[in-house]
Design a protein around this ligand. Structure first.
Ligand code: AMP
Length: 288
């Protein structure tokens, strides 16, 4: 596995490989790798000649009171895991080089007024800035993103459409622990008792899906159901529980078509997110 930190050196390598007709799959991450990231890399491995993974804790996507400084990091372990997942090229850019210029600011105007976008001001502006730069540096054919961050997928699909990036965005389903908790680099910050409670987030989403399949079509009642479960069964503080069409992220008043139920819950040292995307076939919904 090759490792690059400088932009010009990775570009030089990848331009040569692409001239030889090699396809490139790209997995952007912030590191502290777990099975979620590795699943993205393994899928990229199966679908491309060359797999590039970036590890960059992007300062632009953290707010002033967020966990940029304390975000977990372990570059040696990450390199070992990336290699074992079949990554060919690890890109570890430096913030100073990534953000040496300041003549352009990107601002996302759709799909960000809700969910994490409304809670984390500037977060998705930082995400599209770094992703645009990484796409220009790597020039991937396919880029892999996890549906654990479903709003991020929706925003990046908007970015690629609007700015005509010649890259195919691949949505990868959320990878979970055996008890249903979505894998996340931030799970290490859960206390033992919070770790026991945390699977309730996924359980309540799955039970909500069951209620919908059984005929519940009212978003408000589904939200209340999840709210009650999480308040009763965890010590977390609910940041949001919301339902929108997916990927447009516009409000819906009936649970029809393709929609997302997404939530964020704050525990003592970790804010966890999870979601479920439901595609309701017309005949499956029995109106109450
Ligand atoms: P991050 O390092 O948190 O920025 O994540 C890098 C990529 O891995 C993003 O596309 C995430 O959506 C994806 N990812 C993180 N956790 C998971 C998971 N549990 N399942 C699937 N993808 C994930």
């Amino acid at each position: 596995m090759k490792k690059y930190t400088s932009i010009s050196s990775i570009q030089e390598f990848l331009v040569k490989e692409k001239r030889r007709g090699k396809t490139v799959g790209f997995v952007p991450t912030m590191g502290f790798l777990h099975e979620g990231h590795l699943t993205l890399a393994q899928q990229a491995r199966r679908e491309n000649d060359i797999v590039v993974m970036s590890i960059f804790v992007n300062p632009l996507q953290f707010g002033p009171n967020e966990d940029f400084e304390s975000y977990p990091r372990n570059p040696e372990r990450d390199a070992e895991l990336a290699r074992s997942a079949g990554v060919d090229v690890l890109f570890l850019p430096e913030a100073d080089e990534m953000y040496s210029g300041s003549s352009i600011k990107m601002h996302v105007t759709e799909r960000t007024q809700v969910l994490c976008g409304s809670k984390r001001e500037g977060h998705f502006d930082g995400v599209v800035t770094v992703v645009s730069k990484l796409f220009n540096i790597v020039g991937p054919d396919n880029a892999y993103f996890g549906l654990k961050d479903a709003q991020q997928v929706a925003v990046i699909e908007g970015l690629v459409n609007d700015l005509n990036f010649p890259v195919n965005i691949v949505r990868v389903p959320t990878v979970r622990e055996d008890d249903g908790l979505a894998k996340s680099s931030r799970n290490v910050y859960l206390s033992d008792s919070e770790r026991i409670e945390a699977p309730v987030l996924n359980k309540s989403l799955k039970d909500a899906e069951r209620l919908i399949r059984e005929g519940e079509a009212d978003p408000g009642r589904i939200i209340s159901y999840i709210q009650n479960r999480i308040s009763a069964e965890t010590s977390g503080i609910i940041d949001y529980i919301e339902i929108y069409s997916y990927p447009e992220l516009t409000p819906i008043d009936q649970l029809q078509g393709e929609f997302i139920i997404a939530l964020a819950v704050k525990f003592n040292k970790a804010r966890l997110i999870d979601n479920i995307i439901i595609k309701a076939a017309q005949e499956e919904i029995h109106h109450v």
